[in-house]
Design a binder for this molecule. Sequence first.
Ligand code: NAY
Length: 293
Amino acid sequence: TNALAGMYAALLSGFADNEDLDEKRQRNIVDHVLRQGLKGLYVGGSTGESGLMSTDELFEQQAVVKDATNGHETKLIAHVGQPSLRDSIRLARNAEKLGYDALSALPPHSYRFTPDEIFHYYKALAASTGLPLIIYEIPGRVGRESSVAELSAILDLPGVAGIKFSSMNLMILSQLRSKHPDSVIYFGSDETYMTGAIAGANGGIGSTYNVLGKLYVAMDEAMSGGQIERVRDLQAISRTYVERLFEVGVMPGIKLSLRHLGVDCGPCRAPFRILSDAGRKPLIDFLEQPDVK
Ligand code: NAY
């Protein structure tokens, strides 16, 4: 199987109380996630609130996270998707210089780009470094679903190693698996990871892995071992956590969870905020259950 396959936490960003990037809090989050036993970290993605950060802040974050993982076997994927190709390439080259293992990028989504523009974005980005590139299918952000032919043409480009699949269209996922047996396919919906794995995903990248990392490692093992009942039980726990997160907002809720677990990680950056104070208690009660701890 692909050397990049496996389970990755979509890393959160550590901010100071005034919302500046905070090196100490970033290290706290990395240390906590490293203890989960996952395959690696996905740095600077949507879960990391990178859409609210400047390119210069992301340079700094890449360096802090790389330094904080020194001496660990963990794989590092840098998300480098920026509104413009030129800034994406600057971030990609920085990650390569720092020793990251792979790159990933959302499709450009700040305007309604054509499939041809998206293809050329990925082509130029893949050619800009020697690192393998993970592309992205995420209809919820781009406003439309890509066809199998469009995704397949990008996966065939030199330097493209796989795709993060954040769509529920499992027919497309299984078609991509058949056409690209050597590509890594990460499923992007934590709460339904098992369906993606059955359709052909050989890894996952998710926000809730920051908190329930060990659970996702166990789910991956049970999936490989064909223990479907066990997979379903673990998925029900993960799905319940996501239900609780939806009450307060996913990223604010994960930071609330980490603080409850003793990880000083700071706030989310505005305009993110807790959606409902009433949702805090059910979230904390969930974390206190014996089968979650
Ligand atoms: C990233 O780029 O940070 C991600 O990998 C995001 C993965 C998350 N998807 C989205 C759309 O944010 O983990 C999931 C998601 O938060 C989870 O499934 C809860 O819905």
